[in-house]
Design a protein around this ligand. Structure first.
Ligand SMILES: [Fe+2]
Length: 141
């Protein structure tokens, strides 16, 4: 095949791939638990790991509104096994904020997020370098 024909075929294939229906996140994303992400209720292949990976979230009032404290009860063994970060998403699964962790710091994976007067659901993620992403839903209604 000549180069021009190859490029045209490639572009048609790419266009066809883009025309495929794309599944969007929404209320039905709960069926992705245990696969795309994990929860205590749906730990998937990491059933024995739920306790040390699911983020524990507490909410308290601050001067400027609600403050989420996120704790993952996980070891921080530098670059072998540790929590990479905590992420907060809004009720549309859009990024709100994150805290990255340095496994050489000697600090536990604990973070705080000031969410002001936000009302609704938030999704908190804790990401392990070996055991993937764990989600906890928090309702601030
Ligand atoms: Fe882990």
């Amino acid at each position: 095949m000549k180069r021009r024909g190859f490029l045209q075929t490639g572009l048609v294939a790419a266009g066809a791939a883009l025309a495929l229906p794309v599944r969007t996140f929404g209320a039905d994303c709960a069926d992705m638990a245990g696969g795309l992400y994990y929860t205590v209720e749906s730990p998937g292949r990491w059933a024995a790991k739920a306790a040390g990976h699911a983020p524990n979230v507490s909410v308290r009032s601050g001067a400027d509104g609600a403050i989420l404290q996120v704790v993952t009860g996980h070891e921080m063994k530098p670059f072998e096994h540790y929590i990479i970060k905590h992420v907060v998403l809004n009720d549309r699964f859009r990024f709100v904020s994150e805290t990255m962790f340095d496994p050489t710091s000697g600090k536990a994976p604990v973070s705080e997020f000031h969410v002001g007067n936000y009302r609704g659901k938030l999704y908190v993620l804790s990401v392990c370098n070996k055991h993937d992403t764990w989600l906890k839903e928090v309702d601030l209604t």
